[in-house]
Design a protein around this ligand. Structure first.
Ligand code: HEC
Ligand code: HEC
Ligand code: HEC
Ligand code: HEC
Ligand code: HEC
Ligand code: HEC
Ligand code: HEC
Ligand code: HEC
Ligand code: HEC
Length: 467
């Protein structure tokens, strides 16, 4: 099976000369033509020595965990790859030429081997490496994940082709590990467009980035990615959606654009001082501890529990600025990838703005985990409507609460107005102008009240519109 070949023994001198001659030959050949055959000869003597053993079918090695590491490297594949100009030893610098291939040494698992090779990309691809190190995937690996990707999980170093060569979408490396999401994506409006028309429509990395992948619900990077391609989105929506900025702040794009999705209200712990979501420090899990303690019967947090939890976070974070920010979103990550044509998007105000509206029947509280991914805990839906919670949390203000109720009567008028479009539109504008003033006054009053009591701190999407 293995060990039948021997590494050619050479003095460093003859090696140098060898490299020189080969380089000269390569130069000549590259002037003659750039066929694969010529490229084959461009391989250095050293690389060819490696391949003389390694391009043997079936060459493999058993690993401690019982798996087998295939050791065959295809010469043709390497020659065609973007790494043709890189020599084996640039990346495999730690091999001992004297003993290699003769003395067996043990490797625990494929993963352990991959990890031992991970640094090899850094020297030549610094920028990508740095971006990657800041990703959710790298954070997962730091936490001990054996499933999150290293460079070599997304790029085979021996066969890597130019990323400019367009591949069928299922070749995108993300598909291998996020299969369900890929399957949903591949038949949604973008997947279909991508298959039909190519790169103008987004693939995973266009919305999430390839290297600096962040937890999807953290910050606005995914939303901003939508706006890069859909430039006049804001104007398009403001034609019919009053207070577009507020709606965009309070509702995730898929919540309206995945028409069959289930929706929920997500109350996110938010640091009003740092202006970003609260995240747990690595190794200091407090969210689960606190929520479990506050919800011993696992019924979902009630308003009192929510209130004291908020106090606790303000105490622990010690800045008194931890607040809750509501967002209406789809219930599962899968549903975020079931976007549909615009004609199917949610336009009916009543789906949200009526008593007992479905999206407000499911409520969750989240914090960003140390890798950025959200940790959830259920909240009783009454919290949104409860006046006591409004008072007890001193201006804590959740979407879907009293303000939504206030809208109900007005929406009847809106719907009547909609019978005649131009008239309806005027009516809507007038109604909402009046409403806005009313709400503005209400908010100002609440703000005064909350600064005088000054405990949990108030937060509404408006306070944060500058973000
Ligand atoms: C004489 C044949 C031979 C040559 C030449 C050779 N290898 Fe190997 N290589 C082997 C064998 C046999 C193994 C399996 C060793 C084992 O089972 O422990 C191996 C294993 C490996 C492994 C797996 C990890 C490890 O350390 O076991 C890598 C990577 C590798 N070789 C790279 C190279 C590179 C790069 C070169 C050229 C510099 C090279 N090899 C030259 C025979 C060879
Ligand atoms: C650009 C860097 C790079 C170059 C160039 C390179 N390798 Fe590798 N090689 C790696 C990495 C990284 C791994 C680990 C792959 C993984 O995680 O599965 C690896 C793995 C291997 C393995 C183990 C089998 C496998 O696929 O995991 C062998 C054998 C090997 N390389 C041989 C070679 C030979 C021979 C050459 C030259 C023809 C070469 N490599 C060139 C980076 C490189
Ligand atoms: C989760 C999968 C994934 C991981 C991990 C990953 N890449 Fe990439 N990489 C991609 C994808 C997808 C592209 C395609 C280009 C794009 O859309 O940005 C790409 C493109 C590239 C490119 C060429 C284009 C460019 O933007 O420069 C290089 C070089 C590269 N990656 C190197 C690396 C290195 C080095 C690492 C490890 C630090 C790494 N990649 C880790 C998925 C990944
Ligand atoms: C010794 C330098 C060197 C090392 C080490 C190296 N690469 Fe490269 N890599 C290159 C060069 C040179 C290119 C060709 C770049 C070009 O022409 O744009 C390249 C191209 C690539 C591309 C395709 C870029 C594109 O434009 O499509 C990817 C992906 C890539 N490398 C990934 C890796 C990964 C993963 C590793 C680590 C396993 C690695 N490289 C290690 C030098 C290196
Ligand atoms: C059109 C943009 C877009 C594309 C293309 C896209 N995603 Fe997403 N992805 C999103 C949005 C939006 C979310 C939800 C973000 C949020 O909660 O605000 C998301 C969420 C996710 C999540 C988190 C899921 C969870 O359980 O919360 C993962 C993982 C993910 N996407 C992977 C992928 C993969 C893999 C692909 C390619 C098959 C892909 N995405 C393609 C926009 C996109
Ligand atoms: C080798 C497997 C692997 C590959 C390849 C991979 N991922 Fe992941 N990814 C994971 C694992 C494991 C997690 C953590 C579990 C989870 O959240 O699904 C994760 C998490 C994520 C998350 C965070 C989920 C959240 O809750 O927000 C996003 C976003 C993501 N991946 C996007 C991508 C994108 C985009 C690509 C391709 C460029 C990709 N992944 C390729 C394994 C992979
Ligand atoms: C309140 C629900 C809602 C929200 C939130 C929403 N949309 Fe829409 N969007 C719609 C509806 C309904 C249409 C169709 C309007 C029409 O055809 O009159 C639409 C149309 C679109 C269109 C097609 C525009 C055109 O006319 O060509 C795009 C692109 C789009 N939305 C992207 C987004 C993005 C990106 C976000 C998040 C920043 C978003 N939408 C948030 C409901 C929403
Ligand atoms: C790489 C560019 C790109 C990104 C990023 C992108 N889209 Fe698209 N989107 C397209 C293209 C191209 C189409 C199909 C052509 C069209 O209808 O505009 C499309 C279609 C749509 C449609 C259907 C429009 C219609 O006319 O029926 C909606 C809705 C939409 N995108 C929403 C989003 C949302 C939400 C995001 C972010 C989560 C997003 N897009 C990210 C390029 C993009
Ligand atoms: C997907 C659910 C959803 C849809 C559809 C929706 N809204 Fe809203 N709307 C919300 C949420 C959530 C808020 C934020 C509530 C808050 O901040 O109190 C909001 C806020 C508002 C406000 C209050 C603005 C302010 O200044 O406080 C008005 C007015 C409004 N919506 C009107 C409409 C109209 C008219 C439609 C239909 C054209 C509509 N909404 C469609 C969910 C929705």
């Amino acid at each position: 099976m293995s060990g039948s070949c021997t590494i050619g023994k050479m003095s460093p001198w003859s090696r140098q000369i060898g490299i020189f001659i080969l380089a000269a030959v390569a130069l000549v050949l590259s002037m003659v033509g750039n066929t694969a055959r010529a490229a084959d000869k461009e391989l250095s003597k050293e690389d060819r020595a490696c391949l003389s053993c390694h391009d043997k079918e079936g060459l493999s090695k058993p690993l401690e965990n019982g798996d087998t590491l295939a050791l065959q490297i295809s010469t043709a594949g390497f020659v065609e790859s973007m790494h043709l100009g890189t020599s084996c030893e640039d990346c495999h610098s730690d091999l001992d030429a004297k003993t290699h291939g003769k003395v067996k040494h043990s490797i625990k698992s494929k993963r352990e081997f991959s990890l031992s090779m991970r640094e090899s990309c850094r020297t030549c691809h610094k920028k990508r490496f740095t971006e990657y190190e800041d990703s959710v995937h790298a954070a997962l690996i730091k936490e001990g994940s054996t499933k999150a990707p290293l460079c070599s999980d997304c790029h085979n170093p021996h066969t890597v082709r130019s990323v400019k060569i367009e591949q069928p979408i299922e070749q995108t490396p993300c598909a291998r590990c996020h299969k369900d999401i890929f399957n949903a994506y591949s038949v949604d409006v973008h997947g279909k467009e991508r298959i039909a028309k190519g790169a103008s429509a987004p693939l995973c990395a266009n919305c999430h980035q390839a290297h600096a992948v962040k937890a999807a619900s953290l910050g606005d990077s995914v939303k901003n990615a939508c706006l890069v391609c859909h430039k006049n989105t804001f104007e398009m929506h403001s034609d019919w959606l009053p207070n577009t900025a507020l709606h965009f702040e309070a509702i995730s794009c898929p919540a309206c654009h995945a028409p069959n999705a289930q929706r929920r209200v997500n109350l996110r712990l938010y640091d009003g001082t740092l202006k970003r979501q609260v995240s747990e420090k690595m190794g200091v899990p407090q969210f689960d501890r606190l929520t479990d303690a506050a919800d011993t019967h696992d019924m979902g947090l009630d308003e009192r529990a929510l209130w004291s939890l908020l106090k606790e976070f303000n105490h622990e974070a010690n800045n008194g600025r931890t607040v809750l920010r509501g967002r209406l979103e789809v219930r599962s990550g899968l549903e975020a990838h079931q976007l549909s044509e615009k004609s199917k998007a949610l336009k009916d105000c009543n789906v949200c703005h009526k008593q007992g509206a479905a999206p407000f029947q499911s409520v969750t509280l989240t914090i960003a985990g140390s890798d950025g991914r959200p940790l959830h805990h259920g909240v009783q839906k009454d919290v949104l409507n409860s006046l006591t919670s409004m008072e007890s949390v001193s201006g804590f203000y959740a979407i879907g609460s009293t303000r939504i109720k206030l809208l109900d009567t007005l929406l009847v008028l809106v719907l009547l107005g909609a019978i005649s479009v131009p008239l309806g539109h005027m009516a809507i504008t007038r109604i909402f102008r009046g409403l806005r003033e009313k709400l503005e006054a209400e908010r100002a009053a609440a703000a005064i009240q909350s600064t005088s009591q000054n405990s949990a701190g108030a937060m509404s999407p408006h306070d944060d519109a500058s973000k």
